[in-house]
Ligand binder design. Structure first.
Ligand code: NAD
Length: 309
């Protein structure tokens, strides 16, 4: 069944979803560089607003809109004022599982980067410096990996880490999938025990008032001085100044960050530390994840407009 409606795509998304919406009969305006003022001025003409992370769907945008659907081609809804949308009875949809494998693979890559000093080894070798003796690494095998937030991504990384013969410790205030626990042998514990026992800690929690600065000075101090912290979830969950102090003072061996309190990051002191590995929020930035997210979102939009879901 064909559907009708106008869709404004505000950020760059994979073509697959756009093609499928066109085939279903929707008219697409693709404006991946649209500015906030243009969005407010033109949003009233659209039934569907599609964004990734760049565009902020603020209350001002929502108040000006006549949309039925706001769609985020990704996981978190931090850039959409969901309350304002709900107040206008606008459906807000996302693609929660599309990026799970991509983020989990990046987190594994960051762990290995920390364990084997890969970024520094690469930079020095290219400069002509043969610093082999400075690059004594450690192995993942046999180490304890603490997973904070055992949802979609946390479970994917848990399964991948088992292939590296790591032992899993998990903390989540909500019940963790029982099959996953029996499949991986994860030890489920409280946050303090996890902090005190893990050799690597990887964070996969949403950004909420409860998780803001959940890694503060007090919690970082509970970690082993030989431990590594990896964050591919949201920047706000780590107090970056406290992390800087812990790393600088040898209270923590290293950290790898894909997300920051402010993006692009401004904390030059933290970024300047040799035991910090950084990536520019590329967790979901794979061809496969972007294609899947755009297809999932397009399908949801079509089904909603058909009145099926
Ligand atoms: P999810 O909802 O499947 O899992 C989140 C888990 O965190 C849930 O099990 C939940 O119970 C748990 N949780 C909630 N509050 C908690 C707390 N206070 N302490 C510990 N656990 C808590 O989400 P997901 O798909 O696994 O995504 C996890 C995070 O990764 C989100 O913050 C998401 O925005 C982020 N993410 C980042 C990228 C990237 O590009 N780096 C891409 C996708 C997702």
């Amino acid at each position: 069944m064909q559907v009708s409606g106008r869709v404004l795509v505000c950020d760059s998304i994979d073509r697959a979803g756009i093609d499928s919406m066109k085939r279903a009969g929707l008219a697409i305006d693709y404006k991946p560089e649209i500015k906030a003022n243009e969005l407010v001025a033109t949003v009233k003409d659209y039934d569907v607003i599609v964004v990734r992370s760049r565009t902020k769907v603020t209350k001002e945008v929502i108040d000006a809109s006549n949309a039925k659907i706001i769609a985020r081609v990704g996981v978190g809804l931090d850039n959409v004022d969901v309350k304002a949308a709900e107040a206008k009875k606008i459906r807000v949809i996302n693609a929660p599982e599309a990026a799970s494998v991509a983020v989990a693979e990046l987190a594994i890559g960051l762990m290995i980067s920390l364990a084997r000093n890969i970024p520094r080894a690469d930079a020095e070798t290219k400069k002509g410096n043969w610093i082999k003796k400075d690059l004594m690494g450690t192995q993942l095998s046999g180490k304890y990996l603490g997973i904070v937030g055992v949802g979609n991504i946390g479970r994917h990384i848990g399964r991948m880490a088992k292939a590296f013969h790591m032992n899993l410790i998990g903390y989540d205030p909500y019940p963790i999938n029982k099959e996953f626990i029996s499949e991986t042998g994860m030890i489920v514990t409280d946050l303090n025990t996890l902090l005190e026992s893990a050799d690597y800690i990887t964070c996969h929690v949403p950004s909420t008032p409860e998780t803001k600065h959940m890694f503060n000075a007090e919690r970082l101090a509970k970690m082993k001085p030989t431990a590594y912290l990896v964050n591919t979830s949201r920047g706000e969950i780590i107090d970056e100044n406290a992390l800087y102090e812990a790393l600088k003072n040898g209270k923590l061996a290293g950290a790898a960050l894909d997300v920051f309190e402010v993006e692009p990051p401004t904390n030059k002191l933290l970024l300047g530390l040799p035991n910090v590995v950084c990536t520019p929020h590329i967790g979901a930035q794979t061809k496969e994840a972007q294609e899947l997210a755009s297809i999932v979102i397009a399908e949801k939009i079509i089904q909603i407009l058909r009145g099926v879901i």
